[in-house]
Design a protein around this ligand. Structure first.
Ligand code: SAH
Length: 196
């Protein structure tokens, strides 16, 4: 029988692959629209690199080689099952956010030609539901990979992007949409209803 450790690794790979496949068509369409504001700069590229290392490269090394061995701990069925649940939830959230944001989506801090403020779909309740989906993705990684370094790398890597980007992103949208954004901000939560 396949061990829980191997099953967790397989599911982690499938989860990332599913995320990639789900995002691709939206990414293609969104890239066709010209940018009017581009605040990508060095800081945001660094954030994306740290996030990629934590959510992708470090866990991929662990899945392929088992490294770093010293940080491994025994797998647990309950964590594994919770990992499956959060993985499914994260994919559902990614789909909802891409559907709602459509061509207004970009990987970095950018505004598109004729950028519209999206306040419908999942954005009716949350201002940053895609970041909620990424938090769930990082949680899934922590639950599926029984290794302190590989498992927690996603939370640390994405956490860095999240906490350093959310301020500048809201400033950019505030400058672009003024009063409309103030009102939207007043009636929504950032990533988790009733909490944050
Ligand atoms: N922070 C959002 C979006 C992430 S994608 C989320 O977590 O769901 C990043 C880009 O989305 C930003 O460059 C910004 O231009 C755009 N964006 C963020 N919120 C938006 C909104 N409510 N309407 C339109 N575009 C938005």
């Amino acid at each position: 029988m396949i061990s829980l450790v191997s099953a967790g690794k397989v599911l982690w790979v499938l989860h990332v692959a599913a995320w990639y496949v789900l995002r691709r068509p939206f990414d293609r369409r969104a890239r066709k629209v010209n940018l009017t504001v581009d605040r990508r700069k060095g800081a945001d590229t660094a954030r994306l690199a740290v996030s990629l290392a934590g959510l992708g490269i470090i866990p991929a090394i662990y899945v392929a080689t088992g490294q770093p061995h010293f940080a491994s701990y025994p797998a647990s069925t309950i964590l594994f099952l919770l990992g499956i649940a959060s993985g499914i939830l994260s994919l559902i959230m990614f789909r909802l956010t891409h559907k709602a944001l459509g061509k207004m989506w970009s990987v970095s801090l950018q505004l598109k030609q004729d950028h519209k403020l999206i306040t419908t779909g999942i954005y009716k309740y949350l201002r940053h539901p895609m970041y909620t989906a990424f938090w769930l993705m990082a949680l899934t990684q922590a639950l599926l990979l029984p290794n302190y370094v590989a498992g927690l790398a996603g939370i640390v890597g994405f956490g860095y992007l999240f906490f350093s980007r959310i301020g500048p992103e809201e400033v950019m949208l505030q400058e672009a949409f003024g009063e409309e954004y103030s009102r939207y901000r007043a009636r929504t939560w950032r990533v988790l209803p009733y909490v944050y």
